[in-house]
Design a protein around this ligand. Structure first.
Ligand code: ATP
Ligand code: MG
Length: 590
């Protein structure tokens, strides 16, 4: 599908707006030519009638000139209004449709596309289509019609002078089309890519400023940002150089009609042609030939805007072109809350190695399974397959015997509380933040969740209690406090299955203790899949899976695993040492 029909497809229901704008601007362009000819008629009258020119005729011509000029402007204004309506409509619809698609994306999509990037791609590119539709499109008619009309006129009045005009037009058009050809398009594509790269890197850089300051680094340590600027600079330089000579030649030739017309006129006069007529024609040509240079410039801008608009559309469509997780036509219900992983494998798109490699395990209803293992071993990935952040490549994940792919996504989400490794709170009131767990919860239920999650003390110290907005006006919560609020949200949701990705960041011992207590309350009687970083959290788990490179390396209860004297025992000894070390250090300070 080409860009125009793609853009037109975003018009939804008002498909006539753009054609109407084009028609109006075409009529405006044609009428816009008339004043030039009328002025020429006035000059001819003055020339040929000499002293005896008719004032009446001149006044009539003048009125017509003013009338046609004003109508042309009015029509162009109307065309622009319509094209703006069309452009805003398209822009809004592109944003809406992209957001609708984003909402249906698999959750894992947001891992690879930061919110900033998504917003930027959608917002910026939707904006780019505006320039093309609102401003350049109405000019399309004029860009084609005006030079054509002028071409006909210059040949009708005097074909010999017409040929003299044609030479610079042909040469400059050739230069232009050469410049706008393959190389130009190649540049446009690269230009937009490097602009995007540069702004993404700039965001990374700004995010990293605290690190830069603390470690006394300079911009050069942000190699990618630096390189993206250099790359952009080089490209703009190269492109400018590429244009340098052809553009100069173009400007001289397209504005140099007189150099071609005057010798032709002198030749004709020397050839005993009617002197007055030739001079009159010459005046007309000088009046109307600038249309050519305007049109060529316009077509260049049009071409540029068109290129940008098609790049923009492609970029948005590439972003949102992700295979949506299939939704079963006849969704099945969850009848039981046990979880089965049956030979499950999964690789991230484009990754060489499997992040999860033929994993099988079973969590009976109400039991807890813990995943432990080195960083990058695949624990988070396994946990995320349950709520379908991604779909397993091979094997099956069953809840109550039903494949998660066959469960209605809403029902699946309602049955799982997922506590992320690094959850952030929304910039809104604490109450709203907790209510995300269950919108219809009563205030008593919310208060109960707050107490169970040991959040009372956090809320008491805030100026407006539960109604305090966080993230603004100097009100921020510590990492550990945020985790407790997130747990209150999960408790309020009260889902029968809990998928828990324990935070890696250590909080202070006080917070840690509160969080452990809260976790116990949250997981009581639930089916739990828990990713644990603190081995104290897993001692009571019904089964512990030691994950290594996406595979289950060992499994058993804490006691059984210690008896095996394998990886887990090593991990446990190291963990004990680190805990002792912390305590000793604290004693030392005390
Ligand atoms: N969104 C992603 N896209 C591509 N690869 C990913 C993505 N997330 C994780 N990976 C890769 O998959 C592997 C497993 O990562 P995962 O996050 O599951 O590890 P983990 O065991 O949870 O580690 P940690 O203990 O540090 O949280 C890693 O090699 C990682 O590089
Ligand atoms: Mg993880």
């Amino acid at each position: 599908m080409n860009t125009l029909s793609k853009l037109q497809s975003y018009m939804t229901g008002r498909k006539a707006l753009l054609p109407a704008a084009l028609t109006l601007s075409a009529i405006s362009a044609l009428i816009g030519m008339v004043p030039y000819i009328l002025i020429w008629f006035i000059i001819r009258e003055l020339f040929t009638a000499g002293k005896f020119f008719s004032t009446e005729v001149i006044i009539t011509y003048s009125w017509w000139t003013a009338g046609t000029a004003i109508s042309s402007v009015a029509l162009y204004f109307a065309a622009l209004s319509l094209s703006h309506l069309a452009a805003f409509r398209v822009e809004a619809n592109i944003r809406k449709l992209a957001m609708q698609k984003i909402l249906r994306m698999p959750l894992g999509f947001f891992d690879n596309n930061t919110i900033g990037r998504i917003r930027k791609i959608i917002d910026d590119n939707a904006g780019i289509t505006h320039v093309f539709l609102a401003h350049q499109m109405p000019d399309l008619a004029a860009t084609i019609l005006m030079p054509l009309t002028v071409l006909i006129l210059i040949f009708v009045f005097d074909w010999r002078l017409g040929f003299a005009c044609l030479i610079p037009v042909v040469i400059s058009t050739l230069i232009m089309s050469f410049m706008m050809g393959k190389k130009g398009r190649y540049f446009m594509n690269n230009y937009m890519t490097s602009l995007e790269e540069m702004s993404t890197e700039a965001v990374e850089y700004v995010r990293g400023i605290p690190v830069v300051k603390v470690f006394q680094q300079t911009v050069f340590s942000f190699k990618n940002f630096h390189n993206s600027i250099i790359k952009y600079k080089k490209m703009v330089f190269d492109y400018t150089k590429l244009w340098e000579k052809p553009m100069s030649a173009y400007t001289v030739i397209i504005n140099g009609f007189v150099f071609f017309l005057t010798p032709a006129a002198i030749l004709l006069i020397n050839n005993n042609e009617n002197y007055t007529l030739i001079i009159l024609d010459l005046i007309l040509y000088v009046l109307i030939t600038p249309v050519f240079s305007h049109s060529i410039m316009r077509s260049m801008h049009l071409n540029q805007a068109f290129g940008q608009a098609s790049e923009a559309i492609d970029r948005i469509e590439n972003l949102t072109f992700v295979e949506l997780p299939p939704i079963s036509a006849s969704p099945e219900h969850i009848i039981n809350h046990d979880i089965t992983f049956n030979n499950v494998s999964f690789s991230y798109p484009g990754a060489k190695h499997k992040a999860v490699d033929e994993i099988s395990f079973y969590i009976p209803t109400g039991k807890t399974i813990a995943l432990v293992g080195a960083s990058g071993s695949g624990k988070t990935t396994i946990a995320r397959l349950v709520p379908r952040f991604w779909d397993a490549g091979e094997g099956k994940i069953l809840i109550g015997g039903t494949n998660v792919k066959d469960i209605d996504p809403k029902e699946l989400m309602n049955n799982i509380s997922f506590v992320f490794q690094n959850t952030r709170l929304f910039k809104t009131t604490l109450l709203d933040n907790i209510k995300f767990g269950n919108q219809s919860a009563s205030i008593e239920e919310i208060e109960r969740a707050v107490d169970l999650a040991q959040c009372r003390e956090i809320i008491n110290k805030l100026p407006d209690g539960l109604n305090t907005k966080i993230g603004t006006e100097g009100i921020y919560l510590s990492g550990g406090e945020q985790q407790r609020i997130v747990l209150a949200r999960a408790i309020l949701k009260n889902a029968p299955i809990i998928v828990l990705d324990e935070a890696t960041a250590f909080t202070d011992p006080e917070n840690e203790h509160l969080i452990q207590q809260t976790l116990k309350k949250l997981t009581k009687g639930k089916t739990v899949l828990m990713v644990a970083h603190r081995l104290t959290s897993v001692i009571e788990a019904d089964n512990i899976l030691v994950i290594n490179k996406g595979k289950i390396f060992e499994q058993g209860t804490h006691r059984e695993l210690l008896e095996k004297n394998g990886i887990y025992t090593n991990m446990w000894n190291e963990y004990q040492q680190s805990v002792n070390w912390t305590i000793k250090k604290e004693l030392h300070y005390a």
